[in-house]
Structure formats: C-alpha cells, structure tokens
Design a protein around this ligand. Structure first.
Ligand code: PGA
Length: 254
C-alpha cells in the first residue's frame, strides 16, 4: 500500500515567496521516495505559483473545491479550474470548514465535483468530542461517512483518501493528543462502515490517514500502530525539517 504525508498549510504563509520556498524546501525530502506520496495543500492564491514546483512525489493539493461545476457562485473555485492549475488532490470536509457551515450534503457534492474533475478527494472526518462513557463518537463518524459518500460508485473508492481527524486533537488548543490505539480503532471502524456501504473489496482500497497534532515524536507511533496509511499534519507542515522526519517515518513504515 502507498503511504501519504499530506501537509495542510491552512491560511499560511503570508507571501508568495514564502509559499514557493516552503514548497521547494519540503520537496527536497521527497526525491528518493519509493512508496510515499507527499501532498502539500496550499492556500488557493498560491496554487498557480506552486504548479511549476510539482514533482513525482511532491504533489499539489487544494484546501477547498466548489460544490458546483460553474456559474454564479461568488468566491468559489471549481474543480476544473483547480485541475488546470496542476491540483491532484483536495481536502474536503475539514473540521475547520465544517465549523464555517459546511454540512454532509455540501461535502458530498464537493466530493462528487472532485471526482468529476479528476481530482482525488481527501475526505476529512472526525468526532468533536469523546466521552469515556459511551460510543457515540463512532455513530458521529459513521454518519459523516454515510452522508458524505452517498451515491459514489464502489470503483471510485480505489483512489479515495479518508483522513480521520478527531476535532479535540487538532490545533494548538487541542484537549490532548490522540493515542495510536484510538487511531487504530477508528481506522478499523471506518473500513467496516465502508465495507457495509460498498463491499469489502472496495473498502480495502481506501487509504486511511490520521491527523490532529501529528509531530516528529508521535508520527512513528501512528504509522506503526495507528492502523493508518499516512498522516495529515497541519502546523508541522510549515516546517520542512519536521516534515522530513514524518516523510522518513512513512517511507520506512511497513
Ligand atoms: P494540526 O492540524 O496538525 O495543526 O493539529 C491538523 C489539521 O487540522 O489538519
């Protein structure tokens, strides 16, 4: 199975020059990779700048895609526009966009638009909170998957990437770090939900990543015992040296 390190730059850096430098610096650590794909999800205004920097193992991702193909949608950027600028992947359903009002229906439309434009969606899911007393978080994630992926063809799962990102573990205000056990439990559960929807053969093909306060210290733990095929770092993706550690860990993991 391929491995993935997906950097989510969020609303950083501040200038085009810094964006180009960050892409170029990170790319240096990808030249010898055999099984790991690094995907850098940059702010939309830097996509055109980064197009020329894309290489075989350092790919260009967007952080959002419009829910429609063309038309009167002020401020939106369509899948075909992104595709023409060299975008191969797009984050869909990130919790920070859900917090701005995106619901499962809109996320489903965005995933369909991504496939239509031949862009691979990186579908982000994850519960807001976790209680020690019940397992509602499993139900929350199940609903996100069922509603987010409704109507997809089983064959489309061959390229789909799912990122499990528990909201409570994301960002500098995270409650705590998730454990590899929590990641593994959810990776198994995600595949079970996918299997019930699309059949076991298609479910097996989906790459499942972990995201939420991934860093140089915990990366190998998630990759070795978190049951996942890769990682989705946010803050750490702004530091090429830290990214080098994550990339190296992915490349040497089983
Ligand atoms: P973080 O962000 O690594 O800074 O917690 C991860 C994400 O939001 O994708």
């Amino acid at each position: 199975m391929k491995k993935y390190i997906v950097g989510n730059w969020k609303m950083n850096p501040i200038t085009r020059e810094e964006a180009r430098a960050l892409f170029t610096e990170t790319k240096k650590y990808t030249t010898k990779l055999k099984k790991t794909n690094v995907i850098l999800c940059v702010p939309s205004v830097y996509i055109a700048d980064c197009k020329a920097l894309v290489s075989a193992r350092c790919l260009l991702g967007a952080q959002n895609i419009a829910h429609e193909q063309t038309g009167a949608y002020t401020g939106e950027v369509s899948g075909s526009m992104l595709k023409k600028l060299g975008v191969s992947h797009v984050l869909v359903g990130h919790s920070e966009r859900r917090a701005l009002g995106e619901n499962n229906l809109c996320i489903n439309q965005k995933i369909r638009q991504a496939f239509k434009a031949d862009i691979i969606p990186i579908f982000c899911i994850g519960e807001k909170e976790r209680s020690l007393h019940d397992a509602w978080y499993l139900h929350a994630v199940k609903t996100q998957i069922e509603e987010g992926l409704v109507g997809l063809k089983p064959a489309q799962l061959a390229t789909l990437i799912i990122a499990y990102e528990p909201v409570w573990a994301i960002g500098k205000d995270a409650k705590r770090e998730a454990t590899p056990y929590e990641s593994e439990e959810m990776a198994i559960y995600i595949r079970k939900v996918l299997s019930d929807m699309f059949g076991p053969a298609s479910a097996k093909k989906v790459a499942v990543l972990y995201g939420g306060s991934v860093n140089e210290k915990n990366a190998s733990l998630f990759l070795q015992s978190g049951g996942v095929d890769g990682l989705l770092p946010g803050r750490v993706s702004l530091n090429p040296k830290s990214m080098a550690t994550l990339i190296e860990n992915a490349e040497t993991s089983l």
